[in-house]
Design a protein. Structure first.
Length: 105
């Protein structure tokens, strides 16, 4: 199976850019919340909302990474099966070559 590198590389670049923008927005929100030293219920609820949204983003990222790992594992398993099949075919062809070679003599 041939990987479409021409399509994957731009996608990977956009994913990296998106991750950078998410990181910068999280850092901005963290800096904004760090300036607030109040412990009133409203500021605490805002901080909790930010933490919950960050937790959801992290869960989505972990889910995407797990899906990518599952895809890679399936492809590696298919490649392993193809390699074993190729090895067996090579052994059979070597044995047949020697059989035919000695039958001619």
């Amino acid at each position: 199976m041939i990987l479409p590198w021409a399509k994957l590389i731009p996608t990977a670049i956009s994913i990296v850019e998106m991750a950078g923008s998410v990181l910068s927005s999280n850092q901005k929100a963290k800096a904004r919340l760090a300036k607030i030293n109040d412990f009133d219920p409203e500021s605490l609820s805002k901080r909790i909302e930010v933490l919950e949204s960050n937790e959801l983003k992290q869960a989505e990222l972990i889910q995407q990474m797990a899906q990518q790992n599952l895809t890679l594992i399936k492809k590696a398993e298919n490649n392993y099966k193809l390699a074993i099949l190729g090895f067996i075919i090579a052994l059979i062809s070597i044995v047949l070559f020697f059989i035919l070679f000695f039958l001619k003599l």
